[in-house]
Design a protein around this ligand. Structure first.
Ligand SMILES: Cc1ncc(COP(=O)(O)O)c(C=O)c1O
Length: 394
């Protein structure tokens, strides 16, 4: 069976390789501390689970979902309210809000909705992989914009050649950023909107980590910028804010025409979100937000334990202002190794699993990513084990 070329163009899925390394380590009796995948470990808030159970008993909720169903109408209105409260952005719930089966789904389908074979998509690199993989699956031309530490991992859009921007139809952005944990302010988004004006480029801003912010930092919505609705949609998810990663619910908001084409693409492929999950998301978004606050405190404790712990053993990693990731340059002692080689060494020697920077694109080389998805005791234990590797004779 010969797979389609579009699948052959995709890079190897990093977590498949890591899972194999993990499996081998487990077979050898090594205890695994998994800081690899950004898969939230905390439970979904009880009031959200309760709503799901209640709604699952209602017979009408088992049918295919339609956008005119009361569940989706309410969900769209609740999302618009949530946006107004959180960002001061006004949205028309019927035209400017689109529920998704997780934001990853929407991001992938945005490329499918807009890219022809000779259209370019501009994708910062490193990135959350669906930003570039969606482009490859859609058959578009991928143009990587390298993100460098010295620029705060912000893309240099003005430095792009004219022949590239002329053919570009899509630009993906995402701040707070996975994997680098970089953040962007209003001034950056203002510059982007100014740059995009008159260029006919659609901007998809992935704002998955808007709630996971520390030390009084506030993550802005790109839609706060005047004129942004002309070319921008923003992706959100309940996966991180409400620990609902497995539930598969997210949403896109912003430019109505872009959302209409995205909805059109989806209408040929899916049947919307299971209605009890929609009702549960309504509860999450409109209910008390103390669960979000508590979750952020928990990630902050973990972040502090990891960053301070690593610094104490001589690995000087940055303190992130947002996301539940710590992005770190490979320690000097091992800088001759690729990020994948360093991660393999760490798994073999310590059972600590982290992600190689190259899992997020070639410009991630030289770096690794820690996900704060284990408790403080396990994080402290991981640091103790990493210390051994840093002290090992090579
Ligand atoms: C930047 C970013 N966007 C989107 C997602 C996926 O979110 P969802 O669960 O809504 O598909 C993730 C998950 O890790 C992410 O890091």
């Amino acid at each position: 069976m010969d797979e389609a070329n579009r699948l052959k163009r995709l890079p190897l899925y990093l977590f498949t390789i890591i899972d194999k390394l993990k499996e081998e380590a487990i077979k050898q009796g090594i205890d695994i501390i998994d800081l690899g995948m950004g898969n939230p470990d905390q439970p979904t808030p009880p009031h959200v689970i309760k709503e799901l159970c209640k709604r699952a008993h209602e017979r009408d909720n088992h049918r295919y979902s339609r956008s005119i169903d009361p569940s989706e109408e309410t969900l769209r209105a609740v999302i618009a309210n949530w946006y107004k409260k959180k960002f001061g952005v006004t949205l028309d719930p019927n035209e400017e809000v689109l529920p998704l089966i997780g934001s990853k789904e929407g991001i992938a389908h945005l490329s499918l909705a807009f890219l022809n074979n000779d259209d370019i998509a501009l994708v910062p690199n490193p990135a959350y992989p669906v930003h570039f993989n969606g482009v490859l699956i859609a058959g578009g031309i991928l143009h990587n914009i390298p993100l460098y530490e010295k620029n705060g991992y912000l893309p240099d859009l003005k430095g792009l050649p004219k022949e590239i921007t002329d053919k570009a139809k899509l630009l993906f952005l995402s701040y707070p950023h996975n994997p680098t944990a970089a953040v962007a302010g209003h001034d950056f988004f203002e510059e982007v909107v100014g740059w995009a004006k008159g260029k006919n480029i659609i901007i998809g801003h992935d704002l998955a980590y808007s709630d996971i912010v520390f030390d009084k930092y506030r993550a802005p919505s790109m839609l706060e910028i005047k004129g942004s609705k002309e070319m921008c949609i923003e992706f959100h998810t309940c996966s991180k804010s409400y620990n609902m990663a497995g539930w598969r619910i997210g949403f896109a908001i912003g430019n109505a025409r872009i959302l209409r084409s995205l909805a059109k693409t989806k209408s040929y492929i899916d049947f919307g979100i299971f209605k009890p999950i929609q009702y549960a998301a309504i509860k999450a978004l409109s209910g008390p937000q103390t669960c979000v606050k508590n979750m952020v405190s928990l990630y902050k404790e973990r972040r502090d334990a990891l960053v301070k712990g690593l610094r104490k053993i001589g690995w000087h990693v940055p303190m992130p202002k947002a996301t539940f990731y710590v992005w770190a340059r490979i320690p000097d002692k091992y800088s001759a190794l690729t990020s994948m080689e360093f991660v393999s060494l760490l798994i073999r020697e310590t059972g600590v699993v982290i992600s190689p920077g190259t899992g997020f694109g070639e410009y991630g080389e030289g770096y690794v990513r820690f996900a704060l998805v284990e408790n403080v005791d396990r994080i402290n234990e991981a640091v103790r084990r990493i210390k051994r590797v840093l002290e090992m004779e090579t």
